[in-house]
Design a protein around this ligand. Structure first.
Ligand SMILES: NC(=O)c1ccc[n+]([C@@H]2O[C@H](COP(=O)([O-])OP(=O)(O)OC[C@H]3O[C@@H](n4cnc5c(N)ncnc54)[C@H](O)[C@@H]3O)[C@@H](O)[C@H]2O)c1
Length: 396
């Protein structure tokens, strides 16, 4: 059963706009992006939009860009949706609020250009309603993280692999322009050397979460050679940053919040490497792909992050302890053996994309936020602040 909510008021472009208005809007949007942005990216955005409109004209259905974000109420999605709206895109969320996380979209329900379809991506009627009239799809929804996928292995396979395949197959014949899939750098698993992994490095998934991400990547890259929608895989670093659906089960957020609250912290395998990326930069990378020319992104895989945000756990702790005192115990041989450094040269060279946010700058920001009481309710409603358990009705 799906519930649909449409934002009210004027949007900056509707299906009823004439084709001329849509072209004028595309040019205005791209011109506006020249301000403070890479001019090449702005020019490419215009090139991509004109090619999309050309195909839409041939189909006889010219309309403004309308992006469906599946999983848009999550940690990454609730930030991304607001960025898309700010950029002038009509934006729809399909989400089943697996973690009772509907609060993350508060304030958007009457926003012009925003709509919500509440339901499960595995339900055909819900998916059909969500896809109606959209031009691009970003697939974020999954069971995210090793612990939750271990706890719900069947649900994880059903959503992350079979469900994702159903979504992609349902795009055919609808004139969808781009399909962006958020995968994970966890796919690199445990690397023997400290040499950074690039997009061609061997994948060694160590969890059901990573296995299903690798599985859908393979499906997508195979299907995407000839599909109507242009597919791209983004292998994203572990996220950090403030979000409307904050997650305190992610390393930088977890360590910083615990020490800011004065809790003693056990840190396992302190010398293991991992790359990190701010949620706003993840949104930026997705938008860059949505606006890039087909030849740069069709069937491509990009690691998303920054070389300067490759950290060992001990380096993150050192960063936090430059701001506050804290009690940390290091423990060897924990249950999570992942160890990988990642190269972000491809996304920088091909798309000119470089993250703007660093772990270094974020740590004091989160300490301040926690100490000023921003997350007082995290003790009261822990389920909302991390992927610890799922809503019973949504877990079938
Ligand atoms: N957070 C990270 O550190 C990180 C790192 C690498 C990649 N990623 C990827 O980014 C994406 C988003 O991650 P996140 O941290 O925002 O996760 P999240 O768990 O906060 O959000 C996932 C969202 O998907 C929704 N959802 C789950 N199953 C659904 C279903 N069957 N139907 C409809 N909606 C469903 C949930 O309700 C939730 O709102 C994921 O694809 C994840 O693999 C995240």
């Amino acid at each position: 059963m799906a519930l649909t909510i449409d934002g009210i008021g004027e949007t900056r472009g509707t299906e009823h706009d004439g084709a001329g208005d849509v072209y004028a809007q595309a040019i205005r949007n791209c011109a506006a992006r020249m301000e403070g942005e890479n001019p090449l990216a702005a020019a490419e955005a215009l090139q991509d939009e004109l090619s999309r409109l050309d195909k839409a004209t041939k189909r006889g259905s010219v309309g403004p860009r309308h992006v469906l974000v599946i999983g848009g109420a999550g940690y990454v999605g609730s930030v991304m949706v607001r960025e898309l709206l700010k950029r002038g895109y009509k934006t729809r969320v399909l989400d089943n609020f697996l973690y009772s996380n509907s609060l993350s979209l508060e304030g958007l329900y009457d926003e012009p250009g925003f709509s919500l379809v509440m339901g499960d991506l595995r339900d055909d009627a819900t998916l059909d309603r969500a896809l109606d009239g959209v031009t691009d799809v970003v697939l974020l929804a999954s069971l995210v993280g090793d612990p939750i996928s271990k706890k719900f292995p069947d649900l994880t396979r059903s959503v992350n692999q079979a469900g994702s395949e159903t979504v992609f197959k349902a795009l055919e014949g609808r004139g969808i322009h781009k399909f962006v899939f958020t995968s994970t750098c966890s796919n690199y698993g445990m690397r023997d050397s400290d040499e950074p992994a690039d997009e061609t490095s061997e994948l060694k998934p160590l969890s059901i979460y990573a296995e299903t991400k690798v599985g859908f990547e393979q499906f997508l890259l195979e299907q995407g050679k000839t599909s109507e929608a242009i597919p791209t895989v983004l292998r994203i670093s572990t996220a950090f940053g403030l979000s409307h659906r904050m997650r305190f089960d992610l390393t930088v957020n977890e360590f910083t919040a615990a020490l800011a609250k004065g809790e003693a912290l056990d840190v396992y395998d302190k010398d293991t490497w991992r790359p990190y990326c701010h949620v706003r930069d993840i949104a930026g990378a997705v938008i860059r792909v949505l606006e890039a020319p087909e030849e740069k992104v069709r069937g491509e895989v990009f690691n998303v992050g920054a070389d300067e945000n490759n950290y060992t756990k001990a380096m993150i702790i050192d960063e936090i302890l430059t701001h506050i005192d804290g009690k940390v115990s290091y423990v060897e041989k924990g249950s999570d053996p992942r160890n990988y450094r990642v190269s972000f040269a491809k996304i920088k060279n091909v798309l000119g994309f470089e993250p703007r946010h660093s772990v270094k700058a974020f740590v004091p920001e989160l300490i301040e936020a926690v100490r000023s009481g921003l997350y007082l309710r995290s003790e009261e409603i822990p389920g909302y602040y991390g992927n610890y358990d799922v809503r019973e009705e949504a877990a079938a």
